[in-house]
Write a protein that binds this ligand. Structure first.
Ligand code: PLP
Length: 261
């Protein structure tokens, strides 16, 4: 369709992730973050969770051919300017997604979602190897929180620069180690051989469900808008911190979700 006169074509970003029926994290948080960052959000849903603020009750995987059908539909008509991946759950899903993304020259943020703050397993243990081997090499930036970064590297250290270098050695082009829940709020970016500490505004942490999803989606949106990685990481930190500040305390009986305004 022709562009409307005087109006730039909308910028498009894609999330490949899982649904949170409670509306707090996953695809639902990603689409809110995309909207907040002024980009049109598209989604390829790879699994559904039956979830609320208290926990994850069940996970239902999407068949690989239907994951590919979603991605084909999107790429045929709505090629994204950046992509993020979130909860991918199984080796089969990761293999399918990696196959569909290989060779595409689009900035890719891989959020290695592993365990929810509620304790639910969002990535099967037997799928961690596939995530590292198949998706890290395709990623512009991976965005583990400190706990995920430690789990992935086997390093117990709190030294984010050291951990980030280990993750780059595992295949990622760039790494953003995010503050994570209830930890010291400094994000650390290691990309293009440069280390950058990003201080993050601190807010009383009362409702943090979906903070990580929001963070990586905002990063993808900023890359879609053409920002260099370091500027995109600074912007994404502000969006995530603001979402925590406006967290929906008291929404349900458990950990309330963050909210982007
Ligand atoms: N559910 C889904 C579908 C997710 O993608 C995520 C995080 O990425 C979570 C739950 C966990 O969210 P949190 O650990 O912020 O509570």
């Amino acid at each position: 369709a022709p562009d409307s006169p005087g109006r730039p074509a909308p910028i498009r970003a894609l999330t490949i992730a899982s649904s949170d029926s409670g509306g707090g994290a996953g695809i639902q948080a990603d689409l809110k973050a995309f909207a907040r960052c002024g980009v049109h959000g598209m989604s390829a849903i790879v699994a559904l969770t039956a979830q609320n603020t208290v926990g994850v009750n069940a996970v239902h995987e999407c068949p690989p051919d239907f994951i590919l059908a979603q991605l084909d539909a999107i790429f045929d008509d709505l090629p994204p300017a950046a992509i993020k991946t979130g909860m991918l759950f199984s080796e089969q899903i990761i293999t399918t997604v990696a196959q569909a993304l290989a060779g595409r020259d689009v900035p890719l943020v891989v959020d290695p979602v592993m365990i929810a703050s509620s304790g639910a397993q969002l990535l099967r243990e037997d799928a961690v190897g596939a995530l590292v081997e198949l998706l890290f090499p395709l990623a512009t930036v991976i965005t583990p929180n400190l706990m995920e970064a430690q789990a992935l590297t086997g390093l117990g250290s709190e030294d984010r620069a050291e951990i980030a270098e280990a993750l780059v050695a595992m295949g990622a082009r760039g790494v953003l180690v995010t503050g994570g829940h209830g930890q010291q709020h400094i994000d650390h970016l290691y990309a293009d051989g440069q280390h950058l500490d990003i201080p993050v505004p601190r807010y009383p942490v009362a409702a943090t469900h979906g903070a990580g999803c929001t963070h990586s989606a905002a990063l993808a949106a900023c890359l879609a808008r053409g920002l260099p990685v370091a500027q995109a990481a600074r912007q994404a930190a502000l969006v995530a911190a603001s979402a925590v500040k406006h967290g929906l305390v008291g929404l349900g009986a458990g950990d309330g979700p963050v909210d982007v305004l």
